[in-house]
Ligand binder design. Structure first.
Ligand code: SAM
Ligand code: SF4
Ligand code: SF4
Length: 374
């Protein structure tokens, strides 16, 4: 156990109320930030609560019974989320990812999914709607989510061994229930199911090969495993570089047992490097957020549980969209404000850190993963 866990004062995060531009330019269906990056992907956190206490995300020492989660009145309502998503779609967002905390803890989530599924891009296309979950409630909810219009799910799963998994989620949750959730998602037609494993050296790196083998031999081509480098998000997980196992080493370990061949990236802004088993056993991905920054084509914005817009996972300041959504502002005004915020974006935290350069530090606390959703 590390001694670097930093207790939180309940400050939440600095945010400024966005300015409404004097000239309200109608959305053009695309935007570019200062580094020429479009806005394509909106991640929406629907709750800051979670029934797990993964040590790298919500360490028990901090997120205990005394911790004050956001009150219900702070959360964006489904109508507010849908309105925001519609305005983002006007600026070029094509993909929505619901996350949390644990998004399946938000009551009636399928109602929100139904509302989001009715949205269209300026070209008249439906948005791609997906969800990231710990899958603890997925077996029960997969079919209703699919019926409401969810297209795919990403399941977080850090170990196949039950004891290791229970230790990592730190609430003694059994791995079998997560595996059942994955099967339920497949049955409901939520394929391909992506399974994300955060690899922490010395904690679960012995699970790389067993989990990969389980997915390739027992789950079929509808499930794709992706390995994620343990990141220095937030300020509570006591992150240390020596606990990061670089993707290159994860790949070497897997390649030694099941030889791998590289695939082309499927889409610009794709975070995972894609590989396939040489023997036709399917595909695996590697997300190297620490050792190989992908800020250059980062097209993601993040909307927190209480409606703050963050332009980077490592940001410490958000833009208080909720103030606009709950104020007396028209769609045109809020849309123009969003356009202006994205137009001024120049975040590239991982790239700067990778180059050994100074990363922005303004004295405020970096946003936590359970609040912004990863
Ligand atoms: N509770 C849901 C879940 O676990 O899938 C959604 C929210 S969770 C914050 C989203 C993703 O962030 C998960 O895949 C989780 O493993 C990942 N994550 C959280 N903290 C992380 C860290 N320090 N480094 C890398 N990934 C992290
Ligand atoms: Fe909960 Fe997901 Fe964070 Fe784990 S990673 S504590 S499941 S929000
Ligand atoms: Fe995007 Fe920020 Fe991550 Fe870079 S560090 S890829 S800008 S979220």
């Amino acid at each position: 156990m590390t001694d670097a866990v930093i207790p939180l004062a309940d400050l939440r995060y600095a945010a400024q109320v966005p300015q409404i531009p004097a000239q309200l330019h109608a959305p053009q269906g695309w935007l570019a930030d200062r580094l020429g990056r479009p806005l394509r992907d909106l991640r929406i956190s629907v709750t800051d609560r979670c029934n797990f206490r993964c040590s790298y995300c919500m360490p028990k020492e901090v997120f205990d019974s005394q911790y004050k989660f956001l009150p219900q009145s702070s959360l964006l309502s489904f109508e507010e989320i849908t309105r925001a998503a519609r305005l983002f779609a006007g600026h070029g967002v094509e993909k929505l990812r619901l996350t949390g905390g644990e998004p399946l803890l938000r009551k009636h989530l399928e109602v929100l999914i139904g509302q989001l599924a009715a949205l269209r891009t300026p070209q008249g296309r439906a948005l791609d709607i997906t969800l990231t979950t710990n899958a603890s409630l997925l077996a029960r909810k997969a079919q209703a989510l699919r019926d409401a219009g969810l297209q795919r799910v990403t399941v977080s799963l850090d170990a196949l061994d039950d004891a290791v998994f229970r230790r990592m989620n730190d609430v003694d949750f059994p791995v079998a229930d997560v595996l059942d959730g994955i099967q339920a998602a497949l049955r409901a037609g939520l394929a391909p199911v992506k399974v994300n494993m955060v690899v922490k050296r010395g904690t679960n790196d012995d699970q790389i090969v067993p989990l990969a083998r389980h997915v390739r031999d027992h789950c079929g081509p509808g499930v794709v495993l992706r390995f994620i480098e343990y990141m220095d998000v937030g300020a509570t997980n006591g992150w240390r570089m020596d606990e990061v196992l670089p993707s290159a080493q994860v790949r070497e370990r897997l390649h030694a047992v099941h030889p791998l061949l590289r695939l082309d990236a499927s889409a610009p802004g794709e975070t995972a490097e894609r590989w396939r088993y040489a023997d036709g056993g399917g595909e695996v991905g590697f997300i190297s957020s620490v050792t190989q920054a992908f800020c250059g084509d980062c097209n993601r914005a993040r909307l927190s549980t209480e409606g703050k817009l963050f332009l980077c996972l490592f940001a410490s300041r958000g833009h208080d969209l909720r103030a606009l959504l709950r104020g007396d502002y028209s769609d045109a005004q809020i849309s123009a404000a969003i356009g202006q915020i994205w137009g001024e974006r120049e975040d590239r935290y991982s790239e700067l850190r990778g180059q050994g350069g100074a990363v922005p530090q303004d004295g405020t606390r970096r946003v936590e993963m359970h609040y912004i959703g990863g």
